[in-house]
Design a protein around this ligand. Structure first.
Ligand code: FHN
Length: 438
């Protein structure tokens, strides 16, 4: 879409979008929320020109390298000229996603560095205009997702270390960037809304927008009514979520938790104990980095990731597992290996995850419960003995069987809870699943 057309559309929409305080999701949005909660498992992709620097030799730095190493824009803007992912094969990526048992992808369209990984017309600071590769990766990925039946969600960073009008500056991206000490905040909001309009009008149906970065300027006037209203107007089905680490704001359709189970805060991001009634999602890294970091070998095992996914499902949350593709366009082989193991597990045990909602017993040290219809799936993740006492469920239990072989589980209902006998030889090292029919 041409810049003028986008601006005209924005002017028109600003007159019709309404405040989000009384936001009622559209029929399509409600349906998408259901789909989302059924889907349970997605791939997060952090890909940008920063991948060229591969983390710069430091642990945990990747997409943050510009800020952490204080690289001025004048220097950072050389990076796009080295970004040439000629081996990027969207069909390969999406097939991998399907084999992993994932149902959707959330990809960075613009991260904090401000560089658009799609053909933006409002700024030439984008992959098509600035890299030797010269192609729109988002478009290619979306076309392949449509072919293979995978939904695409778009990550968009509200925080911007490149745009001059992101002013006053926030906690990050300050003087080292070399931007003048002035700017028009409202110009930046318009710029952001224009980019969002591009993303929501040039790529067909989008699953949702995944915002990040408001935490950089928590007290700024983000004019969310306008932005959220715009999104809901352009694509009523698209879900809006924001990683502001707080309770959802009116106009948002899902709540997210970063590298922590819902309501927990081991990472220092989450600022609320409230778990919303909205759909929820937890995102997690495979090592300690979001973008590609060549040095970070601190990989989580597939067992650990499956167990986290199961616990997330026990809270009713989706699991969005991240990979940081390499600058050549390939996914890190270690990540593919892990995803294939998870995919095999999902093929066998997915019934206890997909389409479920949180179970009647909240996740505890020993594991978690999920539920679909009259079946409660009891996921025993950790158990030192043969007996497990769980809280009684309110409904009458008809039978309890092992998921693996349908054999009966011996149990006894007591005043203190339901006592289950889980012999050692019936254990599964990752997750011993019991089916409780009610
Ligand atoms: O700063 C970002 C980070 O790079 C990454 O994108 C994660 C993903 O949840 N979110 C931010 C930190 O909250």
């Amino acid at each position: 879409m041409k810049k003028l057309n986008v601006l005209l559309l924005l002017v028109f929409l600003s007159t019709v979008v309404s405040a989000q305080t009384n936001y009622t999701p559209s029929k399509e949005n409600v349906a998408n929320r259901e789909w989302f909660q059924d889907a349970k498992f997605g791939l997060f992709i952090h890909w940008g020109v920063y991948s060229v620097m591969a983390g710069g030799g430091d642990h945990g730095i990747a997409e943050w390298i510009m800020n952490q190493k204080k690289i001025p824009i004048q220097q950072y803007k050389k990076l796009p000229s080295f970004f040439n992912p000629v081996q990027f094969d969207p069909a390969e990526w999406v097939s991998m996603v399907k084999k992993a048992g994932m149902k959707y992808i959330t990809i960075t369209s613009k991260h904090h560095d401000g560089f658009a990984m799609y053909a933006s017309k409002i700024s030439d600071y984008n992959i098509v205009d600035q890299t030797p590769y010269g192609k729109d990766v988002l478009k290619q990925l979306k076309e392949e997702c449509d072919k293979q039946g995978i939904k695409l969600f778009i990550y968009y960073s509200q925080l911007d270390w490149h745009h001059p009008d992101y002013y006053p500056r926030g906690r990050t991206g300050q003087d080292f960037t070399g931007r003048p000490k002035q700017g028009e905040w409202s110009e930046y909001i318009d710029y952001m809304n224009t980019q969002l309009t591009e993303l929501l009008t040039n790529y067909g149906e989008i699953g949702g927008i995944w915002f990040d970065g408001m935490w950089d300027k928590p007290n700024a006037d983000w004019q969310l009514d306008e932005t959220y209203g715009l999104i809901h107007k352009l694509q009523p089905g698209a879900m809006v979520g924001s990683n502001h680490h707080k309770e959802p704001i009116p106009g948002e359709d899902f709540q997210m938790f970063e590298r922590d189970l819902p309501g927990e805060n081991t990472m220092g991001f989450n600022q609320t104990n409230t778990i919303s009634e909205l759909p929820i999602e937890m995102c997690e890294t495979m090592n300690g980095s979001w973008g590609f970091n060549i040095k970070d070998q601190n990989y989580k095992s597939s067992k650990q990731l499956i167990q986290t996914m199961v616990k997330a499902a026990g809270y009713g949350a989706n699991f969005l597992l991240n990979t940081g593709p390499m600058p050549n366009g390939k996914i890190q082989p270690e990540n593919i290996d892990t995803l294939m193991v998870i995919g095999d597990w999902m093929e066998k045990y997915g019934k206890s995850i997909y389409g479920t909602r949180k179970g009647p017993i909240k996740p505890l040290k020993w594991g978690a419960t999920t539920q679909k219809g009259n079946t409660i799936y009891l996921h025993v993740l950790q158990l030192a003995e043969e007996n497990l006492l769980i809280p009684n469920v309110e409904t009458k239990i008809k039978a309890i069987t092992f998921f693996d072989d349908d054999s009966k589980v011996n149990y006894k209902i007591t005043d203190f809870g339901t006592l289950l006998h889980i012999p050692y030889d019936k254990r599964n090292d990752t997750d011993t699943i019991l089916k409780v029919e009610i």
